[in-house]
Design a protein around this ligand. Structure first.
Ligand code: KIV
Ligand code: ZN
Length: 512
């Protein structure tokens, strides 16, 4: 039997650290459920000590998820570790992941600690964590840029204290595949008790090599855990992308020879959910989950694929969960058909009342759009989940007028804490006018740093999915809105971003 490789998903922790990607407790819970369907081995649900919101999210996920190990990050101090253990108390299987920086640069400039102090703190942290849970992961932050002699000393000591996983982060994405693989191999050979722990890779994508580095860490270094995120979400250029690394390991099993527990047919649904929740759009040419990943445009390719699929395809679209844009439901579909489709899409609603509300929205949409695709249902359900969280601002209605040669005008009705507000404004275009009409009343003063529109299911009949990224006083948030009318979708996205701007609690940065 081949070796097992552990897939450790950190979308909800390292992915969420990406500016604008912060998620609410309920959003995280929904994604965690999808990660469970995807059958990841470990879900890093958050950094419990960083904020009350994160604590509650880790706690909720620990209580709801049965099949995966639930992990919380914590700095190497007793308070963080105790808070992580408290949040994880309800989990079937839990892990504390504690970290401290070990590179000369980080120790001196960031921590202002000597190597001996870091060594002691790492040991004490793992000892304390092991008194609370039996599964403890230790990460020497900026490990790849650390002095190997010092790293060996720290790792040997934390394994002796009971660390069960040793993760070697390339925190700043500086590694090169062969060098990173050999770095891990060397550590494993030199640390006398290295066989008492599972070795793990954690790569950032600053040079576009996170997936390649992770694979080299496995193949050359002998690591048996990969830390990754859906869509490669994460700070700066992101983390190792789960879908790419998993499909590389599966498609080239002949080379890697490793067993994975992952159900790849859930990959596209996970990708859609993370993208819709965070507003981080997936580029069309992204491997595995991009809209073009399995589209053959050139005549030669199309001809080849029709004659024999494997002429140009190394994976099957359906194996990763692409179902050819199915028309699933329409205006005449009943509540049972809708409920059944939700189940097939893996969407779990809390109550029958929630299903009724989502069904009413579905009917509204079906009146305006004859063909309803899976993507439409997922967008509708994400929006519903957000509305459900009793947000400060809500969309009610919008009318706008634009004509060649005239300045566009918009009139909008929206709610502020349940009270209806009417706003009007001109603008450069109908979207600009609508957002100015909202801003005239809200006066958030936020700067818009990104505005993007995406067609959910391809054609002009599709719903538009709009992402708005706002920045204010150092905070960055993304809002997402979907509607067949892109001006309405834009207003919804703007209101959703304002809600996040108002509710986002300050948190401690994991690497700050
Ligand atoms: O990149 C990194 O070093 C991290 C650690 C906290 C594991 O995310
Ligand atoms: Zn990281």
């Amino acid at each position: 039997m081949a070796d097992k490789l552990i897939i450790f998903d950190t979308t909800l922790r390292d992915g969420e650290q990406s500016p604008g990607a912060s998620m609410t407790r309920d959003e995280k819970l929904r994604i965690a459920r999808q990660l469970e369907r995807l059958r990841v081995d470990v879900i890093e649900a958050g950094f419990a000590a960083s904020s009350n919101g994160d604590f509650e999210a880790v706690k909720a996920i620990a209580g709801a998820i049965k099949d995966a190990t639930i992990c919380s990050l914590s700095r190497a101090n007793d308070r963080d570790i105790a808070r992580a253990a408290e949040a994880l108390a309800g989990a079937n299987s839990s892990r504390i992941h504690t970290f401290i920086a070990t590179s000369a640069l980080h120790m001196e400039k960031k921590l202002r600690m000597t190597p001996d102090q870091v060594f002691e703190q790492a040991k004490l942290a793992v000892r304390f964590a092991r008194n609370l849970v039996s599964d403890v992961e230790f990460s020497p932050e900026d490990g790849y840029r650390s002095d190997p002699d010092f790293l060996c000393r720290v790792i040997e000591a934390v394994i002796a204290e009971g660390a069960t996983t040793i993760n070697v982060p390339d925190t700043v994405g500086y590694a090169i595949p062969e060098l990173y693989g050999n770095f891990i191999k060397n550590l494993r050979e030199r640390v006398p008790n290295s066989d008492k722990a599972i070795w793990s890779v954690h790569c950032h994508n600053d040079l576009g090599m996170a997936v390649a580095n992770s694979l080299a860490g496995v193949k050359l270094g002998g690591a048996r855990q990969i830390e990754c995120t859906i869509n490669g979400l994460g700070e700066r250029a992101g983390n190792c992308s789960l879908e790419e690394v998993v499909m590389a390991l599966k498609t080239r099993k002949d080379y890697f020879g490793l067993e994975l527990g992952i159900d790849a047919s859930q990959i596209v649904a996970a990708s859609r959910m993370v993208s819709q929740t965070t507003g981080f759009v997936v580029q069309p040419n992204k491997a595995v989950v991009g809209a073009n990943a399995f589209a053959h445009a050139s005549g030669i390719h199309q001809d080849g694929v029709l004659k024999a699929r494997d002429t140009y395809e190394i994976m099957r679209a359906e194996d990763v969960g692409w179902s050819a844009n199915k028309i699933v439901l329409g205006k005449l579909s009943g509540r049972n058909a809708f409920k059944q489709r939700l189940l097939e899409l893996g969407v779990q609603m809390e109550s029958e009342a929630d299903i009724n509300t989502a069904f009413a929205k579905f009917k509204e949409l079906a009146d305006r759009k004859s063909e309803i695709f899976d993507e439409d249902i997922l967008a509708l359900v994400s929006e519903e989940a957000v509305t459900h969280e009793h947000e400060q601002y809500g969309f009610v209605s919008l009318s706008q007028h634009s004509e060649t040669g005239e300045r566009p005008h918009a009139a909008i009705v929206f709610t502020v804490d349940g009270k209806e507000i009417k706003g009007e404004s001109d603008g450069n275009g109908p979207v600009d006018a609508s957002l100015k009409a909202i801003e005239a009343h809200v006066k958030s003063g936020a700067e818009m740093v990104l505005y993007s529109v995406n067609a959910i299911s391809g054609s002009t009949e599709s719903q538009g999915e709009v992402t708005v990224r706002l920045q204010n006083s150092g905070r960055v948030v993304n809002g997402v809105g979907a509607d067949p009318d892109i001006v309405v979708a834009s207003a919804k996205a703007y209101l959703s971003a304002l809600n996040k701007l108002h509710s986002k609690a300050d948190r401690v940065a994991a690497q700050g």
